[in-house]
Design a protein around this ligand. Structure first.
Ligand code: SF4
Ligand code: SF4
Length: 101
């Protein structure tokens, strides 16, 4: 299995989100290159060129970043390998207004 195959294509990393204390607030609003129907990136092969906010999920990020949800397959991978260095955040979903629904 390749590193890319680990991704479950849930698409949460392509939503706007903010980390506040123990919470990861995930907005309904997505990156403009995200196809909400297929939940896939429309520009996958050139995503880092066309989207300055897009970040590759590396083993280091899987281990360290707080903005990936606990349900992310890479976060779970990091936990299985005992290299996850962040506590899980509680996922809260917000509507278009930005307030938790
Ligand atoms: S450019 Fe990056 S953040 Fe935007 S949809 Fe594609 S993978 Fe997601
Ligand atoms: S949150 Fe994780 S599993 Fe879901 S699409 Fe993003 S990288 Fe893949």
């Amino acid at each position: 299995m390749s590193w890319e195959d680990i991704c479950s294509r849930c698409g949460f990393c392509c939503h706007e989100k903010v980390v506040m204390g123990d919470f990861l607030i995930i907005s309904e609003r997505c990156c403009e290159f995200f196809d909400e129907e297929s939940r896939l990136c429309k520009v996958y092969d050139k995503r880092f060129k066309v989207c300055s906010r897009c970040r590759k999920v590396t083993p280091l990020r899987a281990s360290l970043v707080s903005y990936l949800p606990p349900t992310c397959s890479y976060v779970m991978w990091a936990k299985r390998h005992h290299i996850r260095l962040r506590r899980d955040k509680e996922m809260v979903f917000s509507d278009e207004s930005g307030f938790p629904g």
